[in-house]
Design a protein around this ligand. Structure first.
Ligand code: GDP
Ligand code: CA
Length: 321
């Protein structure tokens, strides 16, 4: 029987991990539940940064060093828009990338749900996984910050990309999540899974947002399958990005153990921390979560594949106990 693996993924951390997972488990049937809380409407177009990062990374179209956007990208459209004084200029959309958003927006306008649109886009990219948006309904992560005009909510991308998370976040709100329904296939995939994995994605604004769609957290907790996560925090700091800022907003320390406790033993059966955090293993196990320390730096595909193998091995260990 083909192993059925379900992964709850954000953008860069999720996508890079998935590339390693595919290499470690080439015969597995992999379903990815992607975060859509980062989605934004720009220039009349619907942009889904996390879904596209997964699609381009697994489909061979990603800008490798940057981790997002297309390889060999040019920015003529963005420059032309700027010449008209039309922004925002702080969000990088290249010419090749624009085509994806045009196709998506056109299909949505014709009445297709985001899940069907994502499937159509993936027909080109052949990511080798089934990529599902967490929901077909609109969910938008907002961040509560202090500005000159007082406290206000800004779109996650404005906080992350324009402000570079340079001011404290007081709250993170997945606007629309309460009314959202999981996309077709999401709950079914979780119920049928042999293993559920949390890649080293942002625990608050990626995995946390997916879990905030009603029914998803319950489906993960009730899945008969072991649930194993990999820490995005190594040596008490995010490996890349500013996850510490959004963890602080939800009152969680930026340590591998604190993130495991934040998910909790109700959700997680197993947790991998980096070898530099081996001292956290006992802490995590005391919280009722089986824990191992292995190298967790996704420096290349073979190293990432070893991380994925370690996660699958820990899942087997949990299953056998
Ligand atoms: P985003 O949507 O592009 O921000 O991507 P994700 O939410 O999927 O992942 C972001 C997280 O990945 C960050 O918190 C990083 O700390 C983590 N990350 C990135 N590269 C690595 C790595 O090589 N190892 C580990 N353990 N975490 C990583
Ligand atoms: Ca993201």
């Amino acid at each position: 029987m083909q192993q059925r693996i379900v992964v709850l993924a954000g953008g860069i951390g999720g996508a890079r991990f998935l590339r390693g997972l595919k290499s470690a488990a080439p015969d597995a049937d992999i379903t990815v539940i992607g975060n859509t809380g980062d989605d934004i409407h720009l220039f009349g177009l619907k942009v889904c940064p996390d879904l596209d990062t997964v699609m381009y990374t697994l489909g061979g179209g990603i800008h490798e060093e940057q981790g997002w956007g297309r390889a060999g990208e040019t920015f003529a459209v963005k420059e032309e828009l700027a010449a008209y004084g039309v922004g925002p200029e702080w969000f990088g959309l290249g010419d090749r990338d624009f085509a994806t958003h045009i196709v998506r927006t056109q299909m949505l306008g014709a009445g297709y749900p985001l899940s069907a649109v994502t499937e159509a886009l993936c027909a080109r990219w052949q990511p080798g996984v089934r990529l599902l948006p967490m929901s077909d309904d609109r969910v938008e992560t907002h961040v509560l910050v202090d500005t000159e005009d007082g406290r206000k909510a800004v779109h996650f991308q404005e906080y992350w990309v324009r402000m570079r998370a340079s001011v404290p976040a007081h709250a993170i709100v997945p606007v629309g999540a309460e009314q959202a329904k999981p996309a077709p296939g999401v709950l079914e995939a979780l119920a049928a899974a042999d293993v559920v994995l949390f890649p080293p994605s942002n625990p608050v604004v990626s995995v946390g947002t997916i879990l905030s769609v009603p029914g998803v957290r319950e489906a993960v907790a009730d899945a008969g399958a072991p649930v194993v996560g990999l820490s995005p925090i190594v040596g008490d700091a995010p490996v890349r990005g500013m996850a510490d800022k959004v963890l602080a907003a939800v009152g969680v320390e930026s340590t591998a153990a604190a993130v495991a406790r934040h998910y909790g033993s109700g959700l997680l059966d197993g947790w991998l921390v980096d070898t530099v955090d081996a001292g956290a293993v006992a802490d995590v196990e005391a919280a009722g979560i089986r824990c191992r320390a292995v190298p967790l730096m996704m420096t290349d595909v073979p190293a990432t594949a070893r991380m994925a193998s370690a996660a699958l091995a820990l899942a087997e260990e949990v299953r056998g106990s």
